[in-house]
Design a protein around this ligand. Sequence first.
Ligand code: ZN
Length: 147
Amino acid sequence: MEEKCMYCQAEDERRLELMTKVAKLQVSTLHFYREQSYPGRCVLVHGEHVQKLTDLTPEAYAVFFADVARAAQALTELYHPDKINYLVLGDLCPHLHIHLVPKYEGRTDWGGIFQMMPEPRRYLEEAQEQVEIQRIREKLEEMANGF
Ligand SMILES: [Zn+2]
């Protein structure tokens, strides 16, 4: 745990402005990204202050990627994207996290490169955001036994 890290702090304003917690998976926590130009966009954050993928043992790597696969499967079943971009950047916050960015044919940046904050920004009404978060939560629970 790192004191200044926005993913290590339970209530970090910087993180809460960007994303809302959805659920804990095996070794990570899924967050719903508030900017929704790519419908269903989420961020999966490792539960420990791991700085790089290469800091994980092969076993820990496999468990983390099982979480990635489960989250991606839930988003696929709910949003039916044509593909998902998986981004591990870590330039601004060196705590292992993966952006899960669903892409849709003919929509934002289809065939082009993902943008961290596309313009114009698209935020959901708070009630709608809660509906989306609940749908993802329920889908993850439904899958818990079978994935
Ligand atoms: Zn951290």
